[in-house]
Design a protein around this ligand. Sequence first.
Ligand SMILES: [Mg+2]
Length: 151
Amino acid sequence: MWLITFDIDGTMEFGDPNGILTREHVEYFRSKGAIIGSASDRPESSQFIMWRGYELEPDFVILKHHMTTLKERFPDLTTYWHVGDRPLDQQTARMAGFTFFWPDQFPSPEMADDFFMHVKPPEEGGSLTAGEAALRLAAHALHTNGATEYR
Ligand SMILES: [Mg+2]
């Protein structure tokens, strides 16, 4: 299993300002087994309201500076991702040991689908766990989408 935490403002379509990531991204990665939620500077109650206003129910919401506690709350996952639009997102993700994406580096469903055709999790007949496949997808997406540094 794996976990994706989205920043909201400047990252998600329903953020203020609007970002480029949409319901399509959330629903696609959830369908692949990812636990989905947000890490934002907004209070948790406000994060829930924004998700629900967009007609999606997150699996968790958390204050961004508490991101490190997500590994305690969801232990034993292979892969943890954060996507955000500010240097603070990048720093926080690094400190928490998450793979970080700028919004325009985040894999599109099309890219991910292509990738998963070749790198399949066991539930789809392959030999990798979903988390391991996600880890490889992250490296692939970051490399393809112009990151100079990735892990
Ligand atoms: Mg932001």
